[in-house]
Design a binder for this molecule. Sequence first.
Ligand code: ARG
Length: 442
Amino acid sequence: MQAINASIGFDAKMWRQDIRGSLAHAAMLAHVGIISADDEAAIRQGLAEIAAEIEAGKFEWSEALEDVHMNIEARLTERIGEAGKRLHTARSRNDQVATDFRLWTRDAMDGLAAQMLDLVRALVARAEEHAGTIMPGYTHLQPAQPTTFGHHMLAYAEMIWRDRGRMLDARARLNECPLGSAAMCGTGFPIDRHATAKALGFDGPTRNSLDAVGSRDFAMEFLAACAICATHLSRLAEEIVIWTNPSFGFVKLSDGLTTGSSIMPQKRNPDAAELVRGKTGRMTGNLVGLLTVVKGLALTYAKDLQEDKEGVFDSAENLTLCLAASAAMVRDMQPNIARMAAAAGDGFSTATDLADWLVRELKLPFRDAHHVTGKLVAKAESMGVDLSGLTIAEMREVEPRITDSVFGVLTPAASVASRRSYGGTAPDNVRAMVAEWQERLA
Ligand code: ARG
């Protein structure tokens, strides 16, 4: 029973939040006259000493005492006697754990949101540096249209910025205090829930005691925000894996962010990127795990809910690592400008520009232009040249009205420069967007 029931092996992590919650509760009990000022002073003193013991690694956690709440309360009574036994008046472990866990999750959200901001800053800085660095753009991982490294970096800045917004939205909904809901129905003692909520930095008390002790959607939202962010980081990580492959050779990571092989002396493996990609699995798993724990659980508290914590701790810890590793890689990446520029013209990547030229200059309907361009691509491919390798005579065999000015749109540089629509890839657009970002981040 003890082995399955105890949570101290993982919930000791919440000791600071537990002590903080107890201090607020005791102060409120004294303020409304439920316990004496002397008892409250003794509790405060005792909890401060316990905090010091834990900090110093001298606290002995006991599995027989089940969880962090019982461990700390038992030690308090051991130290200060009677007053310690009065602390749990008008409180249950059900509202206590719900409060502690919200406090812990809120701190994790703040830390992760700050790291996301740092990553966005890193991406914007690289975008500023490489607004005009041409690279191949892909759909289906096949050459599609030339883009720039800066535009690509800003795509991730947008995603991570939304991830941060999701985290902060979840924080706003989390920020209500369950303390004082007691076991499930509230209490007959004249407590002041608004005071404890305020003391703990919540916007106010939760409005329904059954919901307060029985709901964990704040943790689900946190896990969802983590999983979505991890998914974005995993895509960036996958691109870093591809770009650093010598067959691409678009980007180099310095030795500090790669590993060697014990047998192959030439290896520079992007392990950090691979782990960012790989850790996404557990973060998605943690979300699905909690959704499944709570599904079908009748109101209010059941011990199933003790299973809420490990996934949250795990996602917080691993997303912290992934964000730090991602920011480090983004800052470190050395793009090979010549290599990316050369690859940007591969695969007839300016075919769309040719079709657009036919529409603009010859007034062909786009569908017809698409068809003509397809024939020109097939011709170039069969001759083993790219589009600008065709002579004007060869082009005219397909479409007699084509003129020399077509060659002006067939280079990757001309292609990116022309894409000035809002949100488009043109270097001037990217520079303007970087400026917007810098203002937002200032
Ligand atoms: N360790 C428990 C948990 O994490 C604390 C709440 C215990 N409540 C109870 N009714 N047994 O959920």
